[in-house]
Write a protein of this length. Structure first.
Lengths: 342, 342
DNA sequence: TTGTAGGCGTTATCAG
DNA sequence: CTGATAACGCCTACAA
């Protein structure tokens, strides 16, 4: 036979399949010698239980679905890594899907993962957060069989839909305050994907800090973007076209900051001497840019790990709640005092 | 009820479960009106077939396992993205696991994914390629039920173990030839993970080009590394300590090249004026470094897509073979003529 | 064209 | 402590 099953072992051990099952899962009421014999036999035959058969009967797949906007985004990859490690620690596996930043594709992916009976759903960088509360299978499940959903970096949008996030607003605020202390008065903000929760929160943090410090609040200083390398690259020109140009800029994420850095190097705009640049995320690469990027750290690993822990807790019936982690400013050398203050 | 099943529909439609099953899967012999009624009912009830029940009976899970060394590596993420998209196009899902570059963990992950009855296994950057031929479940399966394994950037190591790779040797050779044409005679190579196939192939390509062009072949020019940002960073010092220091360096991948670039900027070594740097992979970020990185393009998306296609083909019983894709040199500005030639 | 019955590998309930 | 027996949700001969 190609695959050894529990009945093969039962036959060879001269016991019933149920006894084998019990031995294998460490059931208390079974004689020690039988258990040892069965375990040895299973080992020898290279037996591995079928998770799908197990799922069918227990109703638990030991699987979480993860849908991400784009694995290629270092922030996303880092969070995914954290989630994978926490899942593995709990003997869970991850069913992976990508939305390509497309809301329809995201929901489609989520539904597909649900078809595989995932025990929970983790969504990194959702573009359609309010759709989850309306998914029939999430809505209509019996109280005891609800599938937890955790949204990363989004607010909680319904019961059984949890949220693990960083306090984006205060992150952005810290960055702007830092820039203000350095002497900058005219600070631009390159925003992230429009409609995105984290983008609007970071913008709010930026605005609040601008107000608090009495900085230039011209609306022209807020520039649209989508959190891509290209955004930063293209934005330098619009920054320079502003009159007067800002002396500092806070980017939605490190990716756009790196794009900006590249454009600045290309056009001969010295950073931080002529322009201070601050990123967001603290992806590994941000320490290796020229100059090294000052940025707001997001606890990416912890976010991923926490997301699976929230799922686990919800499944255990414990009261899981929305978690807000805090970040901090990582000062490197892409921001300094503005030119006129030197 | 929490989940609608095929028998719920059958009851409501006053037919047998098998009829519903047939209607749902477009079985030919069924009256059009019944099918329409059943489909409508299913739609209305929000019915979604249980993939696990289906798997149990059909023996196919419509799932591929993907084990990667580290998602956080941009090359890996890019390949994974390609694989995800191809899988989705074929209505397949990906079960994801990470090995953290650890051989034991890699095999453990592969076995775990096999427990979920994945229909195929894709391994990106394997560190234990020869173990797969010995996995009982892969070895002992009936001829018609073998699970295809595809190794990325590794040679084929057994039957039913396929390989999708780039011609790493010629990639490295192209890079060194280019550097040679630029006038470099003393070119260093920072290697990748020891024991890794792609590292040894790239090294072979480097050596061959060195020979072909009659360049300096001192063994000290080959420096150990692991393909991480840190490697490049730390290697600059050893490069500079060489007498005389090389005028150019080919890095195992873009990550180490970027680390090297950062160290060079930090220590005031102008690139490419004092040192030419060439990377490998052409990750998106390589276009945004300072200076933009000259690198060897790997067809990452195609590699991921091809990997799932090979699985699909193997499952269909078609003769799948090892695929070798070709790359090309992407010339940007991190390499130029050596100082003395200027 | 449709229904009946059996089974995929496992767990769980109930006897013994 | 152990063994039948019945599910879990679906598919697929085989029978009607």
């Amino acid at each position: 036979m190609s695959q050894v099953s529990i009945v093969d072992i039962a036959r060879l051990a001269q016991v019933s399949p149920s006894t084998v099952s019990r031995a294998l899962q460490g059931h208390p009421r079974i004689s020690a010698e039988r258990r040892a014999a069965i375990l040895a036999l299973a080992e020898e035959l290279g037996y591995r239980p079928s998770q799908v058969a197990r799922s069918l009967v227990t109703g638990r797949s030991h699987t979480f679905g993860v849908v991400v906007s784009d694995v290629t985004d270092p922030f996303v990859a880092e969070v995914l890594k954290g989630a994978e490690m926490a899942a593995r620690d709990a003997s869970y596996r991850l069913l992976f899907a990508m939305s390509n930043r497309n809301p329809a594709q995201e929901i489609e992916a989520a539904e597909a993962l649900l078809d595989y009976e995932v025990d929970g759903l983790i969504v990194i960088s959702s573009r359609a957060p309010d759709r989850y509360a309306r998914l029939p299978r999430l809505r209509d499940a019996g109280k005891d069989h609800r599938i937890p959903v955790v949204l990363l970096n989004h607010a909680q949008v319904g019961e059984f839909i949890y949220s693990v996030k960083m306090d984006s607003e205060s992150g952005a605020r810290m960055a702007v305050s830092y820039l203000s202390q350095l002497g900058h008065r005219r600070i631009a903000f390159i925003s992230g994907p429009s409609g995105g929760r984290s983008s609007s929160e970071r913008l709010a943090g930026y605005r609040r800090a601008v107000l608090e410090h009495g900085l230039d609040a011209s609306p022209e200083l807020v520039i649209g973007g989508a959190g891509l390398l290209e955004d930063g690259w293209e934005t330098l020109a619009v920054l320079l076209a502003l009159k007067p140009p800002p002396t500092a800029v806070l980017c939605y994420n490190d990716l756009s900051a790196i794009g900006l850095l590249a454009a600045a190097a290309q056009m001969g705009v010295p950073v931080p001497d002529a322009l201070s640049v601050v990123g967001y995320d603290n992806i590994p690469l941000s320490a290796y840019t020229t100059p090294p990027l000052t940025t707001v750290e997001q606890p990416k690993d912890a976010m991923g790990r926490t997301a699976v822990k929230v799922c686990l807790r919800a499944l255990a019936g414990e009261p899981a709640t929305t978690t807000v982690l805090s970040g901090q400013l990582v000062v490197r050398s892409s921001a300094a005092a503005p030119p006129q203050a030197q």
